[in-house]
Design a protein around this ligand. Sequence first.
Ligand code: SF4
Length: 355
Amino acid sequence: MTVAAKPPAAANPTAIAAKPLLAVDKLCKYFPVRRGLFARVKQWVKAVDDVSFTIGKGETLGLVGESGCGKTTVGRALLRLIPATSGSVTFNGRSLLDLPRSQLRPLRRQMQIIFQDPYGSLNPRMTVGGAVAEPLRIHGLVRGATLKDRVAELLQQVGLPPDAAYRYPHEFSGGQRQRVGIARALALDPAFIVCDEPTSALDVSIRAQVINLLQDLQKNLGLSYLMISHDLGAVRHISKQVAVMYLGRIVEQAPTAALYDAPRHPYTRVLLSAIPVPDPTKRRVRVSAVDDEIPSPINVPQGCAFHPRCPLYELLGKPEACRKDLPPLAPIDPESKHLVRCHYHADISRLDSAK
Ligand code: SF4
């Protein structure tokens, strides 16, 4: 079988937005693996490796991939909830990772997070009003009767009645609890929110409502989101651009329509082909990974990390470049905003003819 020539590596896999609110550059987060009597560091798990992207004001970047690919670690490292190993994060022109804690506090108000499990993120012994008011109290922003009004306003913004403030989290459904989590994140008037799998713990029927709420809030308040999810269907509706992660690295990043209409990485094709089609008269042709088991992040395969599972690698006769050389994240054309990390992305359509 003939193997297509490798396309030339492009020099600069840069960010997409021109004037970003948030710029993440070469972010890395490695966790030590300790073993033995003295718990010496034997290996490093590269949970996030060389991740770069930007998010403009009022925009959403969807960050997708299977469990364990490092997407949640990206969100936590850029908010400094866990320390990054290296790289830089710039928010509103200020570098975050080397900022002293005292200067970080006012910036933290502008950067919030919505957690995956709305029940786990709320104190069961605190009323909903108390939970929503807590960040306002901690930051000393609103007091007395004004605090009550502000809580009622926040609850109303997320579609809950004012009397919800006097009830406890267990009295609400999963979707309503996630609305409380969103109200809490909005309390400090943030500019940017990390939405960490905000719909994955919810019933399918409720997911669309929460995504629509996030979309409305973005429109009304000019919010920017990093939408972390394994659900490519949900991410599509809210994202301006989407990045796909595999074993700690971004393997494809593009404006949303380009990524969904013409994915260039075999892994993105595998993920997209698994989305159910809402029309019962149509069927999506499934592209399967060769091996359904994701490799351990402790032993990331050499070369292209996806090669043991890659259907294109198999189809092309297992080219040596895939096993030996890590492909760069490079534009598909010199001027393109569509970036892909695959030596043979120009041959992606051969997967269609192989079905
Ligand atoms: Fe598959 Fe090779 Fe492309 Fe990796 S570089 S995605 S193994 S074809």
